[in-house]
Structure formats: structure tokens, C-alpha cells
Design a protein around this ligand. Structure first.
Ligand code: FMN
Length: 173
């Protein structure tokens, strides 16, 4: 079984595009966070903004994989009004106690990525080994693949260090 779990939520497809690129370059199991209630149109947009600002969770389909079984959990999602989206918030709140090492990525239009990533760390109660933030314009232009490769290389380095520590007898999850 892969040692990495890739978890993502995507409403309009940008995060999904990045997640698919990640799947191509790393050996991981995948969990897509899905909402119980479909979110579309202007009302869905407004509700999304409200939930993110109010730091609300939304109802999600029960996750099928337990992060406890993985050494690294990568979580990705969109920036919503400078905050974590309500479906990602729901997932992290539910499962953060099962996380080992974590890495974050986000997609966004142009501002708020740093704030959102910091909020994700706060919610999870742990710091990521690395992060990746990609603008919609980069994803549209397909210039993001190099950044994804860089992100995957950093994760591989972390894995190597962990294996070395384990070989040296250090307690490593
Ligand atoms: C309710 C809402 C709020 C958003 N707020 C921001 C924001 O504060 N900053 C930003 O750069 N982009 C913002 N965006 C744009 C999304 O972060 C961006 O389009 C993202 O790539 C969407 O990911 P997805 O297609 O995977 O759902 C917002 C989008 C929505 C729907």
C-alpha cells in the first residue's frame, strides 16, 4: 500500500487538475472530499463565501480512507475569501487526530493563499513538511506542472530523511 494519502476538494475543477497531476507523479491513494449537498450557481457561491468567513463546516460524504494508515497526508483545496473552504474544514476537523506528517496545497485566483494555508495548519494542529500554492491563471496556462514536480521532489526528500531516521533507530511514524 502507498505511504501517502492525497486528499482534495474541488468545486470548479482547478484543485482537481492539480490533484491529477500529483497522482501522475507520486505513488498515493486518493480521497476526494465530496459534499452531501451539491453547490452550484450564485447561491452556491454566496453560501461558500459565507461558510468560509464564518468558519463553518459543511456536510461531507464520509471519508473512506483512514489517514492513520499513511505516513504522509497531502491535503488540497481552494481558497475561499482568504480562508479554508467549508468541505476541507469539515474533513480536517473530523480526521486531524489521525494525521501523520502533512503537506498542503491550494488553488486561488490571486490573493489569500498564505492566510488559508496558515489556517489549515492551525486547524490540523500541525505544521506541513511543505506547501504549494497555485493560481488559476497558472493552471489554465499549464505552467503549473514544474511547480508540482518541485513539490513532489520536496516530499520525496522528506520521505528519504524519514527512512534514514528509521534506519538509525529513531522513533518515526
Ligand atoms: C466563494 C469563493 C471565494 C473565493 N475567494 C477567493 C479569495 O479570497 N482569493 C482568491 O485568490 N481566490 C478566491 N476564490 C477563487 C478560488 O480560490 C479559485 O478559483 C480556486 O482555484 C477554485 O478551486 P476549485 O476549482 O478546485 O474549486 C474564491 C472562490 C469562491 C467560490
Amino acid at each position: 500500500m502507498p505511504k501517502t494519502l492525497l486528499v482534495y476538494f474541488s468545486n470548479t475543477g482547478f484543485t482537481r487538475t492539480v490533484a491529477k497531476e500529483l497522482m501522475r507523479s507520486c505513488d498515493c491513494d486518493v480521497e476526494e472530499i465530496r459534499e452531501l449537498k451539491p453547490r452550484g450557481g450564485m447561491l452556491g457561491y454566496l453560501r461558500a463565501g459565507f461558510e468560509a468567513l464564518a468558519k463553518r463546516r459543511t456536510q461531507i460524504v464520509p471519508p473512506t480512507r483512514n489517514p492513520d494508515a499513511y505516513e504522509l497526508t497531502i491535503i488540497g483545496g481552494p481558497v475561499w475569501v482568504g480562508h479554508v473552504s467549508s468541505p476541507v474544514r469539515a474533513y480536517v476537523k473530523k480526521l486531524h487526530r489521525q494525521f501523520g506528517q502533512v503537506a498542503w496545497f491550494c488553488t486561488y485566483g490571486g490573493s489569500g493563499a498564505e492566510q488559508m494555508l496558515a489556517e489549515l495548519s492551525e486547524l490540523a494542529g500541525r505544521q506541513p513538511v511543505t506547501t504549494l500554492a497555485l493560481k488559476d491563471s497558472e493552471i489554465d496556462a499549464s505552467t503549473f506542472t514544474e511547480k508540482v514536480k518541485g513539490f513532489v521532489s520536496e516530499l520525496a526528500l522528506v520521505t528519504q530523511r524519514r527512512e534514514a531516521a528509521r534506519a538509525a533507530g529513531a522513533p518515526v511514524r
